[in-house]
Design a protein. Structure first.
Length: 81
């Protein structure tokens, strides 16, 4: 997939079975991709400014929030879903 860029080995997934969504991150793209459970890309997520993703490398999903570890920013971003 050209959208993914070069693989970095830090890809991660989080599945929200209640909403029927899969969230995917790549350290090469500073956004989180949203897919339906059939594999169709339906959008992207980024945190509210001034926060921004810097090499998103891990995802955790809880309480309608997506926590994203920033590999290059040494911090965690929180995205409200």
């Amino acid at each position: 997939m050209p959208d993914w860029g070069r693989p970095a080995g830090f890809e991660d997934l989080a599945i929200d079975s209640k909403m029927g969504r899969l969230y995917a991150s790549s350290a090469n793209i500073n956004a989180v991709f949203i897919f339906d459970l059939n594999g169709n890309r339906i959008g992207t997520l980024t945190p509210k400014p001034p926060d921004q993703l810097e090499g998103p490398s891990a995802l955790a999903l809880t309480d309608r929030k997506l926590y994203v570890l920033n590999l290059f920013g040494n911090r965690v971003s929180v995205i409200d879903l």
